[in-house]
Design a protein around this ligand. Sequence first.
Ligand SMILES: O=C(O)CCC(=O)C(=O)O
Ligand SMILES: [Fe+2]
Length: 213
Amino acid sequence: MKTDKKEQTLFDHVGPTISTDRDITIVSKFEEPLIVVLDNVLSFEECDALIKLSEDKLQRSKIGATREVDQQRTSSSMFFEENENDVVALIEKRVSSIMNIPIEHAEGLQILQYKPGQEYKAHYDFFASTSKAANNNRISTLIMYLNDVEEGGETTFPKVNVSVTPKKGSAVYFEYFYSDQQLNDLSLHAGAPVIQGVKWVATQWMRKQRVRS
Ligand SMILES: O=C(O)CCC(=O)C(=O)O
Ligand SMILES: [Fe+2]
C-alpha cells in the first residue's frame, strides 16, 4: 500500500500569521512542494529604502558558477553585504524567523530589477549535484516584492501551475530540501517577462550549512 505521508518541511509555522517584529499574514499555501504566499513581510518604507539603496549599484545579472551574463536572466541585480546597513540587518532578522533558518545560513540579500521585456526563465535555485556549490547547497528561497507591477512579472511554478502576482510588501516562500528529489524538481520557477512598468524584488536564499561566521 502506498502511504501518502507528507514529508517534514523546514517552514513550521501554523495558523494564519507569523509573529516577528511585524505580523506577517499567510495568504495561501501549496503543500508539496511547499509554496507559501505571504503578505505584510516588508513595510512600504522598507521596500522604498531597498530600492533606493541598490539603485546605483545594479549590474546586469549573472548566473551559475562561471558568473556569466546569460539570456536566461535578463534582469539587473546586486547583492548586499551581510548586515550592510540597519534596514538590511532588520530585514535579515525577520526573514530568518520566517524561513525558520539561522541567519548564519543566509546568503547576502539580492536585489533584482526587471524592465519591460526582461525576465528570469524557468530555473532551480539549488545547484546541480555535480557543481562544487552543491556541497553546501541552497535549501529554500524567499522572494519579496518591492513594488506593484503594472502588467506581467509574475513568479510562476510551471510544473505545479502556481502563479504569484507581485504586490508591494508581499512575498513568496518555497523550499526544496526534500529527501524525495522529485519534490525538489517541482520547485522549478520563473520570473515572467514584465510587460508594463518595472519590477523590483529582493531574494533571500538559505544554505544547508552556515555561510557566515
Ligand atoms: O523575479 C522572480 O519572480 C523570480 C526571481 C527568482 O527566481 C530568483 O531570484 O531566484
Ligand atoms: Fe529563482
